[in-house]
Design a protein around this ligand. Structure first.
Ligand code: GUN
Length: 292
């Protein structure tokens, strides 16, 4: 079984962006809003900051208390929408439950929505004319292209229908064109006889957020398995008291699947690379230049 390592693919994207930034008139700027102290979100945000530092992007993280009210966040988003130094705005999800996530995401200027979560950007994807596309699905496609795994004409099952991953992933794979043209089955944890459905797939994308949910019985022999899940499970023997596992029972894939993205080190690094690429592209569009 081939392990699809995301890190060299991320590094290549970083190198290319760093070169572009070195020749640019100013650094692209990314603002992150992090509300509360969800441990996983803190790690993700820290990694985003490290990525920005590495390639010369300006970044600003607004760390807000868990009980920050809606009006304060909307006012901050409004400020960032107007700030000329900021090209990309990212609201780290999930937000605490007292906040209206849909309203906050919709308040971001679509031109600065580097996550692709704004209804306008999701709508453009639905119409087949995507502008900014969500980082994780975009990263999955980039990774498959890097490892010469075609999607065109193949059967792909996407398990999970979140706005962050599953739904845009299905739409992207289904687009007309070289990195689309797949026959996509959108399924989820309530799909009846899921193993029989997913076993039809040449490529299986697991994005439902349940640790080790997909087992050997879900996977056709030789299939390519893309594991988007990053779940913390308690492990007293680990230094941190937990370990990271994906949505796929990785140990069961050995000797069965054709290829697998590991967790960690598979899709995760690609998400950050695509976020920074989206930020660069947002800057190019705001400056009225071309996309390269
Ligand atoms: N939470 C988990 N993944 C993501 C992501 O890609 N973007 C944001 N904003 N929040 C997330």
């Amino acid at each position: 079984m081939l392990l699809l390592d995301g890190r060299p693919v991320r590094d290549a994207v970083f190198d290319e962006l760093a070169k572009k930034v070195a020749g640019a008139s100013r650094a692209p700027g990314l603002a992150v809003i992090l509300v509360g102290d969800d441990p996983a979100s803190r790690v993700y945000v820290r990694n985003k900051e490290k990525g920005c530092d590495k390639i010369g992007f300006l970044h600003r993280t607004h760390r807000l208390d868990a009980d920050t009210d809606q009006a304060t966040i909307l006012a901050l988003v409004d400020d960032l929408n107007r700030d000329p130094a900021i090209d990309g705005i990212l609201i780290q999800m999930p937000l605490p439950s007292h906040l209206d996530s849909d309203r906050i995401l919709a308040a971001v200027d679509p031109a600065k929505d580097v996550d692709g979560f704004h209804p306008v950007n999701l709508g453009l994807l639905v119409t087949g004319k995507p502008n900014t596309v969500a980082c994780t699905p975009k990263g999955v496609l980039r990774m498959l292209a890097h490892y010469d795994i075609p999607v065109s004409g193949r059967r792909v099952a996407v398990v999970g229908r979140s706005v962050i991953v599953g739904r845009p992933m299905s739409l992207l794979l289904n687009l007309k064109g070289q990195m689309g043209d797949a026959t996509v089955t959108m399924c989820h944890s309530r799909t009846p006889e899921l193993p029989a459905v997913t076993r039809e797939a040449d490529i299986l994308v697991a994005a439902l957020g349940v640790p080790e949910f997909l087992r050997r019985e879900h996977v056709a022999p030789g299939a390519v398995v893309v594991d988007v899940g990053i779940n913390r499970v308690d492990d007293p023997s680990a230094k941190k008291g937990y370990r990271l596992v994906g949505d796929v029972a990785a140990a069961e894939m050995d000797g069965h699947a054709g290829a697998l993205t590991p967790v960690p080190g598979g899709v995760g690094p690609m998400t950050i690379a695509m976020l920074l690429e989206n930020t660069w592209e947002a800057m190019q569009r705001r400056e009225g230049g071309d996309r390269d």
